[in-house]
Every structure is written in C-alpha cells, then in structure tokens.
Design a protein around this ligand. Structure first.
Ligand code: HXC
Length: 513
C-alpha cells in the first residue's frame, strides 16, 4: 500500500504543477494567477473537490502522444461559495495554453451536466488559446458540446464567466451565452478574429487590448458586464454577484436577516431639482432607497443613460432598473434598451423582484437610432417587462413621457404597483412640443406668437405635467412623499412576496432579437 500511496501522491503532485514550474512562473510574470490559485480565492477554504484530475488527452498527432499533462489544461470540480454549492471549471494556461482538446471539453461538459442536474450555479474561468490546434475538428466538436449545454442551462442555473486571459475565436460563444461576463483589465481579451486577421481583411491596425480588452467590451460593445482592475477583484465580483442569486430557477431569491428600523429617508425630498431640465444622479436615489451599501451595478460604463444592478431591500435581493438623468437626460436609446432588457430577463429567470425608477423624456430621435433599429431594440425592453412575472414596482420620480412611459414597467404591461413622486410629469410629450402641435394655428395667428406659445405651453403643463391625471385613472396607485419611498417599497414587496402569475403556455416566446 505504501508504494501505491506514494504513486498516488506523485501523480497528484504532478497534476498540481500543470504545465510545470517554468510555465507557472511565466504566468505569474504576466500578472496572472494559475487556474488553481483562482479557484483557491473563489471558494470557501478547503471546500474544493476536484473531478478528473488525472485525465489526459488522446491525441497522437504532431508528437502529442509524448507530451502529457495530468488534467489536460482544465481544473474542474465543485466547492462552496459562502456556503452554497457551486460547480467550477478553470482553464490552465500552463498546459498547451489552456487550449481545448476533446478530453478538456469532456471535463467541462461533465461539470456542466452535474451543475444542471443538481441545480447549482456554474462558474467558468477562461484562460485559453482556443481550440487545441493539433486536434482539429475534435476540438471544434468539444466547443459545440459546451455551447449546447450553456444553452440548455440558460435560465435554469446561473452561469458566470470570468475571462482571465485570452478567449478568442469560437471560444467566445460559451461566455457569450452565459448570464454575466467579467473581464480583467489588461490581461484578458475576447474577439472572434484577432488583430492579425483584422489587419488582413479590413486593413485596420489595432492591438489585442483595443480590439477586445476589458475596457473596449465594457464601454463600446457591452459584451462584458464588468471590467475588473485585477483577478482578485474579478473573483470578488463573482462572489458578490452570486450572493444576489438563487441556486436555480425553482428557488426564491436569497435574503439576509434584516431588522426593521426608521425607513424614512428625508434626503429624498430634496433630490429633484426645481428646474425639470436639470439633471440629478439617480444613483443617489437608489442609494437612499435600498439597504446601505448593497448596490452592485451591472454594465456600469455601458449605455450610462440607464442604470441597472442588484441591491437589497430589507435584506431581500432585488434587481434595479433606473433611467439616469445625468446622461443624455435619461433617454431610452438602442444600447440602453438592450442593456435593460437583458437585465430584466435575467432577474425574471431567477425570481429576483424588479424595482424601476423612472425619469425618462422618451426615446432618442435620429437616423442613427432609427437605422440601428430602435424599433426592434425598444421592443426588446417592452417585451422583457411584459413577460416578467416577478414582483414589479415602479417609482416615477420625474418624467414619464410618451412610449417610454408604457415601456418602463407601467401597470398596463404588468407592473404590480406604480408610485409617483409629486414631481412626476406623466404625459404623451413635453409641454413645449405638445403646445406647438395642438395649438399650431393659434400660435401662428397670434400677434405675439412667442408669448402665445408660452401661454399654451403653461396650459398644457398645468394640466399634464403632474402625477394626478395618471392617479385619477389608477395608472399610478399612489402619489407619495419621496422620503417615504423606502417604507412604501418594503411594505409593497412584502405584500407581493407570494405573487404567482403564469404566462400562457407556449414553447417559447419570440422576443424581437
Ligand atoms: C495548442 C497552444 C494553443 C492552441 C497556445 N498554445 N495556443 N497549443 N493549441 N490553440 C500553446 C503554445 O504552443 C505554447 O506552448 C503555450 O500554449 C503558450 O503559448 P504562447 O504562444 O507561448 O503564449 P502567449 O505568447 O501568451 O500567446 C498566447 C496566444 C497564442 C495569443 C493565445 O498562443 C496564440 O495565438 N495561440 C493560438 C490561438 C489560436 O489561433 N487558436 C485557435 C483559434 S480558432 P509551449 O509548449 O511553448 O508552452 C478556435 C476555434 C474555436 O479556437 C471554434 C469553436 C467553434
């Protein structure tokens, strides 16, 4: 037995070394952690159980039969994060550049199957040179096996992708199907075709970082929801994200203990500026309303005219969607619609109630918007809210104009409660534009047409730039003092906690993609 144990320990030690000390050192030199170090920081201490540590590739071409590493470039297993079971794969760049072979893919698929069958989140830490070039089509098949499982698991268990190094070619489509992507600044990149191919085809000169680094994907493409300063920050974000999510779609969203206190927030009475055209930061409203320091903003630097993220209200997980008057006056445009729609759908998949703060002057006009399909994209957000069956509450802080009023979680499309602050303006359009259209003849025939316009603008504004017309109809359930918002929301979400609504039976809807 002693000899057998020695052999076991020898093999384990070899597996732990991955591609060898020199390659581990090279990895560290690039400012990157190894696959196992990442898992160490991710899971509760001592909780990780590895599966498939001794797996090796089956390739016999290009001399690969003589180059074997136990584990074949990916560490797979399960552990706990804050006490909750989580399945993990972590690609090991020190072994063939973390490239994906047939067996590497099989290991990942096994973990995905276990995660799905056992209803627990899947975390993929990606650091790979893509398909194992020596294996050809076998490797491509392995990718497709993963994509299929990502899709089957979508909406059943949360799937999170940390990008800790290269992720190129078709490999990008696994993270792209998952719920959240987190990238690390300067050491990770994602692209379908790299700088060399780009140069050949389009003659553009671009670096890997510029083409597909964390900064580009968090601000320009929106591919990643988080750009993290370093790997540790990335891992901490993954843990924090998970803390807002249930284990699977059949569980309620988590909540943490909360002791009731004074819920009045006097500061909220002074946030809206006197002048309706002046901006204010909706994040201040969010921070006052939800539990202290509980906000985790998602897609922070992309489509900044809408703010989305997770928070806690009286200890319970909620998803927040809020127009941001500080940026483009909080208008809805293509990117904001897509960003918010995706977030709303995630929350609805995983039973996370939705809180919407509305201050929206309408949809952004212009050829750029129309030709880039604001019709289809705006419809995505509309559709996402319409189909969401989680508890949904809207607070109209100021403007709720035009189609955007309907889209932003109005009661007509299934919101459960709609509150308005006294500063709310709920109408088809702003008073200036409305007066110009409906009093066009009177204005043009007046001796002082400017004065007439102002008079008519005031008339329209007095009638409609308030919350009371909507409250008369029951479109707004209550006009509330801003300071009481938190109090009202805590009570209303509690009232809705057993909400059970089912949409009509269907194979699946056809969201306007
Ligand atoms: C096999 C690979 C590999 C790969 C890297 N290596 N990529 N081995 N298959 N795809 C190996 C290298 O030979 C090297 O081995 C080690 O990993 C580290 O690679 P380096 O080049 O030394 O590292 P670095 O300079 O950091 O560059 C990393 C890299 C580069 C940018 C990822 O290695 C690279 O460009 N690799 C090829 C990328 C690629 O074209 N992949 C196929 C994409 S197509 P040694 O022994 O020296 O340590 C694809 C299709 C998927 O993925 C389609 C799915 C539908």
């Amino acid at each position: 037995m002693e000899k057998k144990l020695a052999l076991l320990n020898e093999k384990k030690a070899a597996a732990l070394l991955g591609g060898g000390q020199a390659r581990i050192d090279a990895q560290h030199k690039k400012g990157k952690l190894t696959a196992r170090e990442r898992i160490h920081f991710l899971v509760d201490e001592g909780s990780f159980e590895e599966i498939g540590m001794m797996v090796t590739h089956r390739s016999k071409d290009f001399g690969l039969e003589n180059e074997q590493y136990l584990g074949d470039g990916v560490v797979t297993g399960y552990g706990t994060i804050n006490g909750r079971t989580t399945y993990i794969f972590s690609q090991d760049f020190t072994v063939f550049g973390g490239s994906l072979s047939e067996t590497h893919a099989e290991k990942i698929c096994r973990i995905m199957d276990l995660a799905l069958q056992n209803g627990a989140p899947l975390i993929g830490l990606n650091d790979s040179g893509g398909a194992r070039i020596q294996e050809g089509v076998v490797s491509l098949g392995g990718y497709a096996d993963i994509f299929y499982r990502n899709t089957m698991a979508s909406g059943v268990i949360p799937q999170l992708s940390g990008i800790m190094g290269p992720c190129a070619g078709g490999a990008v489509y696994s993270p792209a199907i998952t719920d959240f992507i987190l990238m690390v600044e300067n050491t990770s990149y994602m692209f379908v075709t790299g700088p060399n191919v780009v140069k050949t085809v389009t003659h553009e000169e671009v670096s890997a970082e510029e083409l597909g680094g964390a900064s580009s994907h968090s601000t320009k493409s929106g591919v990643t929801q988080f750009a993290c300063a370093n790997e540790i920050e990335c891992i901490e974000h993954i843990k924090k994200l998970l803390s807002f999510m249930p284990q699977n779609c059949d569980e309620a969203a988590p909540s943490i203990p909360y002791e009731a206190a004074n819920e009045t927030r006097a500061k909220l009475n002074n946030i809206i500026p006197e002048n309706a055209n002046q901006p204010y930061d909706i994040r201040e409203v969010i921070a006052e309303v939800i539990d202290a320091d509980s906000f985790l903003e998602v897609h922070k630097n992309y489509a900044e005219n809408i703010v989305v993220g997770f928070g806690r209200l009286a200890g319970k997980s909620i998803g927040i969607v809020a127009n941001q008057p500080m940026f483009l006056a909080g208008v809805l445009d293509n990117n904001a619609s897509i960003k918010a729609a995706r977030f709303v759908r995630f929350c609805d998949c995983f039973n996370i109630p939705l809180l919407v703060f509305e201050d929206v002057p309408g949809f952004l006009p212009g050829t750029d918007q129309e030709w880039n399909a604001i019709i289809t994209n705006g419809a995505k957000l509309l559709y996402a809210f319409c189909e969401a069956t989680v508890p949904r509450i809207t607070v109209i802080t100021r403007k709720a104009y035009g189609g955007a009023y309907d889209v932003m979680n109005s009661k007509h499309i299934g919101a459960d409660m709609n509150y308005a602050w006294p500063s709310a303006e709920i109408a088809v359009m702003g008073a200036k534009g409305a007066a110009e259209i409906i009093f066009k003849k009177e204005i043009s025939e007046a001796s002082d047409s400017q004065a007439k316009w102002l008079e008519k603008e005031k008339q329209y504004s007095d009638l409609f730039a308030n919350p009371y017309r909507a409250a008369e109809r029951g479109f707004v359930d209550e006009v509330i003092e801003p300071a009481e918002t938190r109090n009202k929301l805590i009570k209303a979400f509690k009232m809705l906690e057993n909400k059970a609504v089912k949409n009509p039976r269907k194979k699946h809807g056809n969201i306007p993609l």
